[in-house]
Design a protein around this ligand. Structure first.
Ligand code: TYM
Length: 335
């Protein structure tokens, strides 16, 4: 008998353009896993408004993000690609899970602490309860696996705790999800300040690489990337001593499939200048077909609309099965 296929959920906020970090930490693995799982890949616009957004820009980025998902290799026939705000069950379950999430748990979340420090003038309730909405995203689809970068591990662990608490009270309602974090690329750092994560809200434009960026701009950023202030001028895998070089080695490894050992061998006797150029070129070649395909897709808005409508319909159907169970368990009258 055929075993039921396992389920994946993951999402990215359209709070900035997609970065090389999101590609290497998340999307690359989404594509790889998509043949063996039933996948729900979401554009989490409801999460994005926990920080103030320009409405026109948010709308533009959501559509462009969908085009980039497809261009990265996610076939909309095989994967459910959709926009979070189009499936009201996310907000409904989010509220319910708020009532099963503790103030203390939310206060300990690193992303909340970071974001409240960066947005001191707008520490809103949504920013605080962000992780229970994320738990709703994952639990609605009875997800087994959540492919994310290292920074989201804490949120997936909290999601498991919330699910366990709920199941402890009502019986087995939710599947307990596992995070899937890649060995290489789980934490790509800024090119200019390698002690900070590469982030779409990076204030220093040279620190972040975007999927849709022009080749000449990508190459310029890599040429200026910070290496390390040692006198060795040699490409060697030593993350603690040489964080800048280690970051570039991770990027090169993700782009080419080479191991750290093979990268050291390739650049033996060569300096940082050659190395940075080669890493930049590998990223340009990695992103070129994705950018070109996404630009093409953006010319066909009707197609993109049909993809996200179809995705929302499929997602809503799956979500309603979980919501029926949850309504019954918590004691809501059947609608
Ligand atoms: P977000 O939008 O910040 O990032 C999207 C995904 O990209 C990964 N990522 C990185 N990986 C490696 N290096 C980097 N520099 C880097 N920057 C970002 C993130 O780990 C993430 O996997 N809360 C989530 C969005 C979300 C979600 C979900 C994810 C909402 N609901 C449910 C999974 C499941 C976030 O802010 O990701």
């Amino acid at each position: 008998m055929d075993e039921k296929r396992k389920i994946i959920f993951s999402g990215i906020q359209p709070s900035g353009d997609l970065t090389l970090g999101s590609y290497m930490g998340a999307i690359r693995n989404w594509v790889e896993l998509s043949d063996s799982y039933d996948c729900y890949y979401c554009i989490v616009d409801m999460h994005a408004i926990t920080v103030r957004q320009d409405p026109a820009e948010l709308r533009r980025r959501a559509l462009s993000q969908l085009a980039q998902y497809i261009a990265c290799g996610l076939d909309p026939q095989k994967n459910t690609l959709f926009i979070q705000s189009h499936v009201p069950a996310h907000a409904q379950l989010g509220w319910i899970l708020d009532c099963y999430t503790m103030f203390g748990e939310l206060s300990r979340m690193t992303q909340f602490k970071d974001k409240s420090a960066k947005n001191a003038e707008n520490i809103n309730a949504g920013l605080f309860t962000y992780p229970s909405l994320m738990a709703a995203d994952i639990l609605l689809y009875q997800s087994d696996l959540v492919p994310v970068g290292e920074d989201q591990k804490q949120h997936v662990e909290l999601c498991r705790d919330i699910a366990q608490r709920f199941n402890g009270i009502y019986g087995d309602v939710f599947t307990l999800p596992e995070p899937f974090i890649p060995k290489t690329g789980a934490r790509i750092m800024s090119l200019t300040t390698p002690e900070n994560k590469m982030s779409k809200s990076d204030k220093d434009p040279g620190g972040c690489i975007y999927i849709m960026q022009k080749p000449e701009d990508i190459l310029r950023s890599f040429k200026r990337a910070k290496t390390d202030s040692d006198t060795e001028n040699c490409v060697r895998w030593a993350p603690a001593e040489k964080p800048g070089v280690a970051n570039l080695m991770q990027i090169y490894s993700c782009a080419t499939g080479l191991t750290m050992y093979e990268i050291e061998a390739e650049f033996a006797g060569k300096g940082y200048g050659d190395f940075k150029l080669k890493v930049g070129e590998s990223v340009v070649e990695l992103l070129r077909p994705i950018r070109e395909r996404a630009e093409d897709l953006m010319k066909n808005k009707d197609y993109l609309i049909s993809v996200y409508r179809d995705g929302a319909e499929r997602a809503a159907r799956a979500a309603s099965r979980t919501m029926r169970k949850v309504y019954k368990k918590v004691g809501f009258v059947e609608p």
